[in-house]
Structures are given as C-alpha cells and as structure tokens.
Design a protein around this ligand. Structure first.
Ligand SMILES: Nc1ncnc2c1ncn2[C@@H]1O[C@H](COP(=O)(O)OP(=O)(O)O)[C@@H](O)[C@H]1O
Ligand SMILES: [Mg+2]
Length: 490
C-alpha cells in the first residue's frame, strides 16, 4: 500500500510490503512522485482515470521498481484522511508472475493448435509421398540405364524425398514422430559431433566445449538429439556473420517446484542441461515471442526455413524435456535444453551387419486402409518373391487369415485405421497365430496406440514415407528376428 496526495501527486507514505516490492526505503518513497512509479505518460493517464467517477474498482498498471524492472500491479484506490488532510490510498497486488504465466499459457495453446494442424497435414502427406517416391523408384528400376525416362523418374523421386524431409520436420514439431530412444551419455554425443559442428560454423567461430564430467544419462533418440544440436549450431552460426564464439555446455541441474511453477509444462526433478550459446546478434522481444513457430524466420527467402527451432521444440518436448531461450539484441543468445536425467547405465548397441538377401518366399498378411499405399506395398513384396494376402481393414484381415490354411509368417499393418487399430488387430491375431511376426507402419504414432509416441522396445516399426528398398530390408530384418525398432534404410 502507498498513500499519495492527488493534488501534488506526491507519495506520502508506503508500507513495508511496498518497500519490498519496489525496493525503496520509506524515506525514498516520501521523496517520490507518481510519475516515478508509473512513468510520465502513465501517471497522467492515471490522474485522468482518478477523476472519472465511473472508474472500475481496480485496474492494472505497468510500473517500475527502483532498479527499473517493469512490474504489473492490480490497483484499487480509496479516499482516506491522512494526517488531517484528504489523500488517496493505493492498495495493490503484484501480478507480474501471473501475467507471465498467462502469456506462456497462451503461447503453449497456440503451439498446440499449430502442432495439430502441422501434424495432420504431415500425416496425409506421408501417405501420398510414399506412393510418389515408391512408384517412381519402381519405374526407375524397371528402365534401362540409358532410357531418357529413367532420369525423369529419378527427378520425381528426388522431389518426393525432399518433400518427405520437410514433412519429417513438421512431424517432429507436432511431436508425432516415432522416437527410438536409447540411454545416452550426452557428453559422448557432443564429442562425436564436435568435428562436424566445427566444420559447420567455419573458421571464424570458436567452438568451446564445457562438458561437465559425471554427467547424468538421458533417454533420448540419438539421431534426433544430433538434429537438435545441429539446428542450434546453424542458428548460432547465422547469428555470428563476423565470427565469435559458440559454447556447448552440459551440466546436471535440478529444477525445483519454484522454477516449475513459473514455467508452463515444466515438471520439477533432475535434468541434464544442454546449452548452446553464441556471441551473435541476439533477438528482440518480438522475435523471442515467435521463434518456435514453424516457418517463422527473420532470414531472407532461400536462407531460412523457420523450421529449425520448431523441430528442436518438438523433439525436446516429446522426449519429456523443455527448451528455454535467453537473448537480448546485441548480447548473444543462449538456448537451454533440459532433458530428464536417469540413472541407468548407457547401452551402446553394436551396429547391425547389413543383410544381403532382401528377397524371401514367406507369406505376409498386409493390412492398410489406404488403397494406393496397399497396392504399392503388395507389388513391392510380390516382386521380392513373397506371397501376399491383403486386407483393407482389421475385420477383413481376420477373415482372410481364417480362410488361409497355410502359415502366415508376418503381419504388416498400418497403425491407425478407422474402427480397430493395427495394434489391437495384432493382439487379437497373436492368440490365433502365435508364431506370426508383426511389422507396423505409420506416418506417426497416436496417443491411442502408444501413449507417448514412443514405441515399446520389442515392436518393429517402419515410418512412412518409406522406399521399396527400405521396406524390403525391414521385412527381412523382422522375419529373421532382428526387427527391433531399428529402421531399415536409415
Ligand atoms: N542463435 C540465434 N541468434 C539470433 N537469432 C536467432 C537464433 N536462433 C534463432 N534465431 C531467430 O529465430 C528465428 C527462427 O529460427 P529457426 O526456427 O531456426 O528458423 P531459421 O533459422 O530457418 O530462420 C530465426 O530466423 C532468427 O530470427
Ligand atoms: Mg535455423
């Protein structure tokens, strides 16, 4: 609370809570005018509102503390007698934190909506791109090397692959990507990328690594984390056209209740910090507000895609972490990625030897509701020598399986289909044909299928769009019992 004289606009008195909020001593308060707290313009507007008999009981004002920090306060004004003269009592509440949380919530809701849109578009595109790249590859393969049409088919394939790369970024942003997490040592990952990152930033930028020893482990998809590091590094490079320093730092941190309560979507607990900092141009507030939006870029056309940070955002969120950006114009930028820390030992899987034989004679039951994708997969499998039974939905699949007396070695099924999911189908079929292996394919996972978008370890999965070669390889892997979540062709 503080008391002021409406005539002279002087502050007459303030209580201890006001002292704590503004950082002024009682003496200092008594030497202030309204304009010192509200600023010239706002105090003028404030006095006009004071004279309005119809003003609301309370209203929100932006004010400044002794250190110049902006605070938002909700203020109610009462007429009182103070030491024998008429004065005004301001009773106020600091709502700066609440305002910031509201802003964060709005931001989070916006990202959620844009993510739904991007994810939906990407999902449908994946089916189309599977068809485009698949058939162009089949055409190219069927033509002699000298055939002029071969080049045309290859051009279509290339364009399809570029489009697929774009859709993958959109899926990453909308957190609908299939992650293949492993237990990782982040320091090791940074070390193994350092040479490549140095090449990326060029000679004018100094790469500094500050990797804390005894760093906790994280569970994340190594390929995706590399993507995160690369995107952040490219941004840092772009921000330092005249050179500078890029620092990559790791550390164990514990985020407490207090921190979590001020940051939407952050849970308290142990985390590993991965920070990428540059000494570049920095960002103003308008840019900071929008930098995670897909396609938001301040770089000229042809230079930026605006997908770098949205991809980072999606990957980190889907891995259970959070991202924070600290930046001021001219002061450089620091991007902090927090990933949940776990305590298990890191597992480094030995790389699997590539299979040579990609053909086979086994019988495969194919379930896919998109007719064109189904036809492509069927044709590819048939060319590779397999016997193919097909169905357009799980109900038909059960009928087909019931009417087939021989062994069915493999079920290949889309994950998301109307009515019954691919997973439910696989579970039902497991009772009838326990020896049958299962390969899922999808553009993304859905909460109904895998709660977090992370497949269980033992599930074999092929992400759309895929090429016939990737399909052939994956099918062999699964049939020979090496399926796991490793994706063929990657
Ligand atoms: N390290 C950085 N320093 C300054 N600005 C940055 C930095 N990283 C990102 N930005 C800003 O955020 C925008 C979005 O970044 P991003 O999503 O990676 O897209 P792009 O790099 O293609 O523009 C950039 O255009 C830039 O304005
Ligand atoms: Mg970028």
């Amino acid at each position: 609370m503080w008391i002021f004289d409406p005539g002279s606009e002087r502050i007459l008195e303030a209580n201890a809570a006001a002292g704590a909020l503004y950082g002024f001593s009682p003496e200092e308060f008594r030497s202030l005018k309204l304009a010192d707290l509200l600023g010239e313009q706002e105090s003028h507007r404030f006095m006009v509102e004071m004279r309005n008999p119809a003003r609301p009981a309370s209203s929100v004002w932006r004010q400044r503390t002794s250190s110049g920090r902006a605070i938002d306060v909700e203020m109610a004004i009462h007429e009182i007698d103070f030491l024998g003269r008429k004065a005004r009592l301001a009773v106020l509440m600091d709502i700066t934190g609440r305002r910031q949380l509201e802003d964060q919530l709005r931001q989070a809701q916006k990202m959620e909506a844009v993510g739904m849109l991007a994810g939906g578009v990407a999902h449908d595109f994946n089916n189309l791109l599977t068809i485009i790249t698949g058939y162009s590859q089949l055409i190219a393969n069927s033509l002699l090397p000298g055939d002029p049409n071969r080049q045309s088919a290859e051009q279509i394939m290339k364009a399809g692959e570029r489009a697929a790369a774009l859709t993958r970024q959109l899926l990453a942003f909308s957190r609908r990507q299939v992650l293949q997490p492993r237990i990782l040592e982040l320091n090791q990952l940074v070390h193994s990328l350092a040479a490549m990152l140095q090449r990326l930033i060029g000679e004018d930028v100094d790469l500094r690594l500050e990797l804390r020893p005894e760093l906790g482990r994280v569970s994340a998809d190594p390929g995706q984390l590399e993507q995160v590091l690369m995107n952040l590094t490219v941004n840092a490079r772009d921000a330092m056209p005249k050179g500078g320093a890029l620092t990559i730092e790791t550390a164990n941190v514990d985020l407490d209740e207090n921190y979590a309560s001020r940051h939407i979507g952050v849970r308290p607990g142990p985390f590993v910090l991965l920070a990428v900092s540059d000494t570049g141009v920095g960002m103003d507030e308008a840019t900071r507000m929008r930098l995670f939006e897909p396609f938001f870029t301040t770089k000229g056309s042809g230079k930026g895609t605006g997908l770098g940070l949205s991809t980072v955002f999606g990957i980190v969120k889907q891995s259970g972490g959070s991202v924070e950006v600290y930046s001021e114009p001219g002061r450089g930028t620091s991007v902090k990625v927090y990933l949940p820390r776990i305590d298990q030992a890191a597992i480094t899987e030995p790389e699997q030897a590539r299979r040579k034989t990609r053909r086979g004679t086994e019988t495969i039951l194919l379930v896919e509701d998109d007719e064109m994708v189904r036809t492509l997969v069927r044709e590819t499998l048939a060319r590779d020598g397999y016997g193919v039974l097909e169905a357009s939905d799980p109900i038909e699949a059960r009928e087909v399986a019931a009417g087939y007396t021989g062994q069915i070695h493999l079920l290949i099924t889309d994950v998301i289909m109307p009515k019954v999911s691919g997973r439910a189908l696989a579970e039902q079929m497991a009772h009838i044909r326990p020896d049958m292996k299962v390969l899922y394919m999808s553009g993304y996972t859905d909460s109904a299928v895998v709660a977090t978008g992370i497949l269980q370890k033992e599930v074999a999965f092929l992400q759309k769009p895929f090429t016939p070669a990737a399909l052939a390889e994956k099918v062999r892997d699964v049939l020979e019992g090496n399926g796991k979540t490793r994706q063929a062709g990657e």
